[in-house]
Write a protein that binds this ligand. Structure first.
Ligand code: ADP
Length: 165
């Protein structure tokens, strides 16, 4: 099987992302979580930190790899021989963006298919952005992110608070 790629910012990885990987890997075989290096998006975590957090969260899951890429996702697929892009769908508001991306990727790489997977009901409202917002204000995110991410968020916001003092 050629395998699949799950691209995104993963700033940071959440339980919603992990749930998609766990559900899809047995169906699609090898799956690579691909952290996009985007020059116009600065994240809370560096790409290296995001990779380390994703690796820790997905440790021990068979057929799962973590990688980073700058440039077009379809170019990564061409290099790696993967044929499927996996994306998650939460609210209707995700739909329009995903539709545009899927069609653009189809134009750029006709042999690649995008598969959209519905978020599980318990993670429907979980996004990296909301998790960061909650953690920044000292809210409890332990049910929303892997333990290593909860720790890293707490550390990051402590560091930021210290730097401001
Ligand atoms: P991007 O910045 O490219 O949207 P994200 O890291 O936010 O990347 O998300 C990567 C993919 O995972 C996207 O397709 C997004 O819709 C999906 N996703 C994000 N959160 C969840 C969740 N809670 N459940 C299912 N899919 C999700």
């Amino acid at each position: 099987m050629a395998g699949a790629v799950y691209p995104g910012s993963f700033d940071p990885i959440t339980n919603g992302h992990c749930d998609i990987i766990r559900r899809i890997q047995p169906i699609l075989g090898e799956i690579t979580l691909l952290v996009a290096r985007s020059p116009n998006k600065t994240g809370l975590f560096s790409v290296e930190e995001r990779i380390a957090l994703a690796q820790e969260a997905l440790k021990g899951l068979p057929g799962v790899k973590v990688a980073a890429h700058d440039g077009l996702t379809v170019d990564y697929l061409k290099q790696s021989g993967a044929k499927v892009i996996v994306r998650g769908l939460r609210a209707v508001s995700d739909f329009e963006y995903e539709l545009v991306m899927a069609n653009m990727n189809k134009k750029l790489a006709p042999a690649v298919e995008t598969m959209l997977v519905f978020a599980s009901p318990e993670y429907y409202y979980v996004s990296s952005n909301t998790v960061k917002e909650v953690a920044m204000h000292g809210g409890d995110v332990k049910d929303l992110v892997p333990p290593g991410v909860a720790k890293a968020l707490a550390q990051k916001f402590q560091e930021n608070a210290r730097a401001k003092r």
